[in-house]
Unconditional design. Structure first.
Length: 281
């Protein structure tokens, strides 16, 4: 029997802000910024990370998008990165708690090389959307780069792109378990009943959600929440995945009709306030 996702699975591991903490002790999330036409995806993820509790978010961008990020969201830090060489230097010198890449990034050779570098050089990484599908012609490389400290967050279309040999007739649970066998990583298969699997094949099903989550930008918010929760002195990737999916779903259930991605972000503090009261669940 599958375990259902409830706060009792992860609440005692949640990285609440400590009264003696400061922005540096709360960690730094780095996000590889989207293309010009998809900068909204980056902004949603960045704000979700901040509202979930990380101390700072730095967005890596190019000259074209730097002004957009500066104008739209003053709370995030920005860093212009021109090429892979500059990114390598940045990663070497920056203290990074977790890295998010994928939302709005573009599925091309450049993103593939950037994702490859990040997966090799950064311990905790959330990989979504374009950062997954850019490996569609080099799947063995993608599988080899993933490990127990990474989280991938595909919806079914992306899942089928990166795991084309997994039979479609299998249940979603068995599909994910087969994918874990190939990658040895943590997987969130997003859907009406989201499946969360650990690198060592623990499986949780999340039914605490709403059809209202089927809206543009919702997945970007989820990725930002996850990135805020994983890292050294924070949550292990599987626990962070379970907590993030539940929080994401709880907001949608409470909000109801008319939900858009920005609403999910703005409601994160209310859900965190609610679950913090549950000393024992």
């Amino acid at each position: 029997m599958l375990l259902k996702n409830t706060p009792k699975l992860w609440l005692n591991k949640f990285p609440w802000k400590h009264k003696l903490g400061h922005k540096y002790s709360r960690g730094k999330v780095v996000i590889y910024g989207a293309k010009k036409e998809f900068t909204g995806a980056t902004i949603l993820a960045a704000e979700a990370s901040l509202r979930t509790g990380t101390g700072s978010v730095k967005v890596l961008c190019n000259r074209e998008t730097l002004n957009i990020f500066s104008t739209k969201f003053s709370s995030i830090l920005k860093k212009e990165i021109k090429d892979v060489k500059e990114l390598k230097k940045f990663i070497k010198n920056e203290k990074i708690t977790s890295f998010l890449i994928g939302p709005g990034a573009g599925s091309n050779k450049k993103i593939k090389e950037i994702t490859k570098l990040i997966l090799k050089k950064v311990k905790y990484v959330v990989i979504d959307a374009d950062a997954l599908t850019c490996f569609k012609n080099d799947l063995k490389l993608l599988y080899s780069l993933l490990d127990k400290n990474k989280i991938i967050t595909p919806h079914m279309g992306e899942f089928q792109t990166i795991f084309p040999k997994i039979k479609k007739k299998l249940s979603n649970v068995n599909k994910v378990l087969n994918a874990v066998k190939l990658t040895k990583t943590n997987i969130i298969l997003k859907g009406a009943n989201t499946i969360i699997a650990s690198h060592d094949k623990k499986v949780i099903i999340n039914k605490h959600a709403s059809p209202e989550l089927a809206v543009i930008g919702s997945g970007d918010v989820l990725s930002g929440i996850i990135a805020s929760l994983i890292g050294e002195k924070k949550m292990k990737p599987f626990d962070a995945a379970c907590a993030s999916v539940w929080i994401h779903g709880d907001i949608a259930k409470r909000y109801g009709k008319g939900l858009i991605a920005e609403d999910i972000v703005s409601e994160i503090p209310a859900t965190l306030k609610k679950i913090k009261k549950w000393k024992k669940y």
